[in-house]
Write a protein that binds this ligand. Structure first.
Ligand code: UDP
Length: 409
């Protein structure tokens, strides 16, 4: 029996699917929403993405792809604001969302990040629309020491995340690690917390081919430095400072080049200044580059040129970059934490490192750079691992979870 197509409303208050990932506050969530929306629309469903108008000139509705529209809602100033300022516009956004849904209802609302969940909760209740919540990232436990440069979590976030674990009709986690956090920290009902693993575009992110590989080999044969790459929003939580210290801990004559990809969030200039200072102090200016945020295809090209991708994030519910590197056939050295433990198969597709000691990270990097046969084996295993993780499979699982849940109502 053919099942009816669904109308799904993704709620994405603080960042737009039109933003370039790696700029402003756009990152993994933007990649995920875009990929899942496209895959749902391809499967015949309708997706509306509600986001805050951060640009006065943005049209009210933008068609992103066939079956996927973006609706800009007026809440707060029509300009980019820092992440923290979004708490003040949650109520206005909720009201604008309610009005938009009256004009064009959906079968379910899927809130991305806690701001969106809190904004959508009242509306969903009043309109009798089920609310599905994805956190994307969860605040560190209140007793966790702050990473240098990091601001304390707002009490609003801690309370908001806890409330949603109990009040949303369903919580979707991106990894088993995130599900455990939701269950243990928030004491949520296990029946209402489901895992939908994320995917990767294995056509966009692929290993080097033909001339590209030859050029890379020639470069290394001529004594060029291999490249270590770190990618993400330039936020203290991502551990870019550790990446710099780790490369600095490798003796200068063997030191790889370090490429840093991404741009700071709206309130992130101090952290980036510190990163530039660290590069200067370590005498690594000529071997380090800050490449800014890159569009997806350029990023894919940059990843497959790297000898190794580092993911030193202090916490990561999933870690898309690790999977993108794997799809590119590049081994990953990641922190032994959260979803990274699922994204990297330790000793097979890369290595997991525990702690903040630059020397430990440096050793993991040199072990890979010194043993190209091992690095190639890991790259091939990584690609194999990534091939089993398509966005279509992720969206299919998401749909299955939506359907199972709607059937119980
Ligand atoms: N990204 C990008 N261009 C950049 C920097 C990052 O496309 O210049 C993408 C990156 O490839 C990944 C996402 O942004 O898909 C970041 O996701 P991740 O899960 O690593 O971190 P998050 O932003 O969710 O904390």
């Amino acid at each position: 029996m053919e099942r009816a197509a669904l109308s799904v409303g993704f709620v994405m208050l603080h960042t737009s699917p039109l933003d370039v990932p790696g700029t402003k506050d756009a990152g993994g969530m933007n990649v995920v929403v875009r990929a899942q929306a496209d895959a749902l629309a391809l499967a015949g469903h309708r997706v509306v993405i509600f986001t805050r108008r951060a640009d006065g000139a943005a049209p009210a509705v933008v068609e992103l792809a066939s079956g996927v529209t973006v609706v800009h809602l007026d809440a707060g100033p029509a300009r980019v604001i820092s992440k923290g300022e979004h708490e003040e516009v949650i109520e206005d956004f909720g009201r604008a969302l309610a009005a938009a849904l009256e004009r064009d209802p959906v079968d379910l609302l899927h809130a991305e990040h806690w701001f969106s969940g809190i904004a959508a909760l009242g509306t969903a209740r009043a309109a009798g629309i089920p609310l599905v919540q994805s956190y994307h990232s969860i605040a560190a436990a209140p007793d966790t020491p702050l990473t240098e440069g990091e601001r304390p979590e707002s009490p609003g976030r801690l309370a908001g995340e806890l409330l949603l674990a109990h009040e949303a009709d369903l919580v979707i986690s991106v990894s088993e690690a995130e599900r455990r956090t939701v269950l243990e920290r928030f004491d949520a009902d296990p029946a209402r917390v489901r895992v939908v693993p994320l995917g990767v575009d294995t056509e966009l992110f692929h290993p080097c081919e033909g001339r590209e590989c030859e050029e890379r080999r020639d470069w290394l044969d001529r004594g060029g430095r291999p490249e270590v790459l770190v990618v993400g929003r330039l936020h203290p939580l991502k551990g870019f400072d550790l990446a710099i210290d780790a490369v600095a801990a490798i003796p200068a004559e063997d030191r790889p080049a370090l490429r840093i990809v991404g741009a700071p969030p709206p309130d992130g200039d101090d952290y980036v200044r510190g990163l530039h200072e660290a590069v200067l102090q370590h005498g690594m200016i000529s071997t380090t580059s800050f490449d800014g945020a890159l569009r997806r295809s350029e990023l894919a090209e940059r990843i497959r040129r790297a000898a190794v991708v580092l993911v030193p994030s202090h916490s990561e519910t999933f870690g898309l970059v690790a999977l993108e590197a794997a799809a590119s056939g590049v081994p990953v050295i990641a922190r032994n934490t959260g979803g990274l433990r699922e994204a990297v198969v330790d000793g097979v597709t890369g290595e997991l490192v525990t702690g903040d000691e630059p020397a430990d990270w440096a050793r993991a990097i040199t072990r890979l750079l010194d043993d190209t046969a091992r690095a190639e084996r890991m790259g091939a295993e990584a690609r194999r691992h990534a091939l089993s993780r398509s966005w279509d499979a992720s969206a299919e699982r998401l749909l299955e979870v939506y359907r199972e849940f709607l059937a119980t109502r």
